[in-house]
Design a protein around this ligand. Structure first.
Ligand SMILES: *[C@@H]1O[C@H](CO)[C@@H](O)[C@H](O)[C@H]1NC(C)=O
Ligand SMILES: *[C@@H]1O[C@H](CO)[C@@H](O)[C@H](O)[C@H]1NC(C)=O
Ligand SMILES: *[C@@H]1O[C@H](CO)[C@@H](O)[C@H](O)[C@H]1NC(C)=O
Ligand SMILES: *[C@@H]1O[C@H](CO)[C@@H](O)[C@H](O)[C@H]1NC(C)=O
Ligand SMILES: *[C@@H]1O[C@H](CO)[C@@H](O)[C@H](O)[C@H]1NC(C)=O
Ligand SMILES: *[C@@H]1O[C@H](CO)[C@@H](O)[C@H](O)[C@H]1NC(C)=O
Ligand SMILES: *[C@@H]1O[C@H](CO)[C@@H](O)[C@H](O)[C@H]1NC(C)=O
Ligand SMILES: *[C@@H]1O[C@H](CO)[C@@H](O)[C@H](O)[C@H]1NC(C)=O
Ligand SMILES: *[C@@H]1O[C@H](CO)[C@@H](O)[C@H](O)[C@H]1NC(C)=O
Ligand SMILES: *[C@@H]1O[C@H](CO)[C@@H](O)[C@H](O)[C@H]1NC(C)=O
Ligand SMILES: *[C@@H]1O[C@H](CO)[C@@H](O)[C@H](O)[C@H]1NC(C)=O
Ligand SMILES: *[C@@H]1O[C@H](CO)[C@@H](O)[C@H](O)[C@H]1NC(C)=O
Length: 474
């Protein structure tokens, strides 16, 4: 018999888990209970005898009891916060992938990686040393996509806003036949949706901004024609009230909340590509125009930087996909061009990293080419540097910052297929690793960070005529 051992040991203030791989069978056990002594009936059997039904893969043994393990319909993912320990259990294709994660926790931890292979019959050979003090790492994070409650309505090009009470407010979009005015709230404790007050106008490709007074401002969009209207959602009453109109109707624009609480809305489309920008003042409920951007653009991104300025990147206009970027200074109300991205891109995503840099991912470049590239903006120099490529080209995907500082990118479209794939960017290594697939392929979906650190993905489009009401959690 041919044995292969791939053993990862993680110690963290009492929490530890041991994973081994023998042939194509993954073994999981508690370090205090030697894995090699656990019999098939106790643990391993659950995974290898599953014969098509993945439910039997949903268990792993720790202290000789089997425990329900987080899973999606088709995959199980276990991730450690070590640099080399992503183990993906796929019934038909078990493999060990490299994962680059760093984290810093102080207490009592050391990690050991043992990797060996031999042709011996049993495994008394592996030994492990554990030093009692160390500065390295180790929390164990279990990450996997799991289904959660469906929305009442299928929808794409909607918005999703995480509210101060932890709920997620999903508003508007399109269901395949109707522009939606309907709004739903997700309760992460129960994993269920409830409908709440309708917006006074149906809309898609609008923006939603959570204001400092906890109201949500929805602005612009499209429902057969472009909208200049805006409305406010009051969490206490669950109702919407219209507020001042923008000076310009617009969809596919962007919105950012400034440090003074005002909302800056910029660009978009309304029969032409807009370079205009306007500010919403909550006290007066009115909009005032501010400086124009240097370029009209839609499908761009806007990110509030640590210094309070707003970085706009890319987008498209009558010149096609744009490589330009510009920065809004709230104290002067003016825009200044900053370094060009190395690739023009629209329908991309920008994420502000914990180190203050801005990561842009994917989108469509010159000639509409679908991009797997990513680049980083350094606000202190105003310049871009390319970073690792994603495994998959994608546009109209989502990107979310996880609690560990990594960026989770999910779904989208690559020109040929809608995607269910997801991948993680590690800012410290500038590399991407694939992670578990979503249950559904999706584009024009949303991703929201929940208070518990999970990512809620909602809706989107699974093909040209299929609009999704499903949601899933990472
Ligand atoms: C396996 O179990 C036996 C009996 O409980 C014990 O004596 C032995 O030390 C265990 N071996 C390992 C490697 O834990
Ligand atoms: C493992 O043992 C601990 C302590 O006895 C217990 O709290 C825990 O529930 C057990 N875990 C499983 C999966 O049985
Ligand atoms: C993990 O990181 C350490 C320190 O950077 C390095 O020496 C080691 O080779 C890495 N292991 C793997 C499997 O990449
Ligand atoms: C599992 O592996 C099989 C065979 O490689 C592959 O077709 C399937 O897509 C994988 N499932 C997931 C969820 O990755
Ligand atoms: C879309 O919404 C409209 C209005 O609520 C409804 O009549 C229609 O059945 C919905 N279509 C789908 C595909 O859900
Ligand atoms: C979410 O559901 C739980 C359980 O029903 C409830 O206690 C909680 O109040 C709900 N959260 C909100 C914000 O309504
Ligand atoms: C919301 O609007 C839909 C039609 O778009 C309507 O069927 C429904 O009754 C409305 N709900 C409320 C609470 O007004
Ligand atoms: C929301 O509605 C409640 C109840 O009518 C009201 O007291 C509160 O002032 C409203 N909140 C805002 C921000 O207007
Ligand atoms: C906003 O604009 C719409 C037309 O787009 C108009 O019907 C409405 O009266 C305006 N509302 C306000 C408050 O000016
Ligand atoms: C919003 O309007 C109020 C009332 O005019 C004004 O006092 C306040 O300074 C404005 N806020 C900002 C950030 O301009
Ligand atoms: C298109 O590019 C030309 C040449 O760079 C420039 O003069 C023009 O302003 C651009 N148009 C738009 C809409 O950005
Ligand atoms: C940025 O790119 C544009 C063309 O898209 C070019 O005209 C401009 O000179 C570039 N700016 C810099 C600073 O390289």
């Amino acid at each position: 018999m041919f044995w292969i051992f791939f053993v990862l040991l993680v110690f963290s203030s009492g929490d530890c888990i041991l994973i081994g791989k023998i042939d194509n069978n993954i073994l999981i056990g508690n370090i205090y209970k030697s894995l090699w002594n656990i019999t098939q009936s106790q643990c391993i059997c659950e995974m290898i005898n599953s014969n098509g039904a993945l439910s039997t893969l949903n268990y792993f043994s720790t202290n000789q009891t089997c425990q329900l393990f987080y899973t999606s319909y088709s995959s199980i993912l276990i991730e450690f916060s070590l640099n080399s320990s992503l183990i993906f259990l796929n019934q038909s294709a078990i493999f060990i992938a490299q994962n680059q994660i760093t984290s810093t926790t102080s207490s009592s931890s050391i990690s050991t990686l043992l990797s060996s292979s031999s042709t011996s019959t049993t495994t008394s050979s592996t030994s492990t040393t554990t030093s009692s003090s160390s500065s390295t790492t180790t929390s164990i994070a279990v990450r996997v996509w799991a289904a959660t409650g469906n929305m009442a309505a299928p929808r794409y090009r909607h918005t999703a806003s995480t509210l101060v009470n932890g709920q997620v407010l999903v508003a508007g979009g399109y269901n395949g036949s109707t522009y939606l005015n309907s709004v739903e709230l997700y309760n992460s404790s129960t994993g269920t949706w409830t409908t709440t007050g309708n917006m006074s106008s149906a809309r898609l490709a609008h923006t939603a901004s959570v204001l400092t007074n906890t109201q949500v401002l929805v602005a612009g969009g499209y429902k057969g024609s472009n909208l200049n209207s805006a409305e406010l959602y009051n969490l206490s009453t669950g109702t919407w009230t219209t507020t001042g109109n923008m000076s310009f109707a617009r969809d596919s624009h962007a919105a950012s909340i400034l440090t003074n609480g005002q909302v800056l809305v910029m660009g978009g489309y309304s029969g032409g590509f807009l370079n205009s920008a306007e500010l919403y003042n909550l006290s007066t409920g009115t909009w005032t125009t501010t400086g124009n951007m240097n370029f009209g653009r839609d499908a761009h991104t806007a990110s509030t930087l640590a210094n309070g300025q707003v970085l706009v990147t890319g987008g498209s206009n009558s010149n096609g996909s744009l490589n330009s970027a510009e920065v809004y200074n709230p104290s002067t109300g003016t825009w200044t061009t900053t370094g060009n991205m190395s690739s023009a891109r629209y329908a991309h995503i920008a994420s502000v990293l914990t180190n203050g840099q801005v990561l842009v991912t994917g989108g469509q470049g010159t000639g509409g080419a679908y991009l797997n590239s990513a680049e980083l903006y350094d606000p202190s120099t105003g310049t871009w540097t390319t970073t690792g490529n994603m495994s998959f080209a994608r546009s109209i995907h989502t990107a979310s910052i996880l609690a560990n500082g990594q960026i989770l990118v999910a779904g989208g479209y690559n020109g040929a297929s809608y995607l269910n794939s997801a991948e993680l960017y590690n800012p410290s290594t500038a590399t991407w690793t694939t992670t578990g697939n979503m249950s559904s392929i999706r584009q024009y979906h949303t991703a929201s960070i929940l208070a518990n650190g999970q990512i809620l993905v909602t809706g989107g489009q699974a093909n040209i005529s299929t609009y999704l009401k499903s949601a899933e959690l990472y």
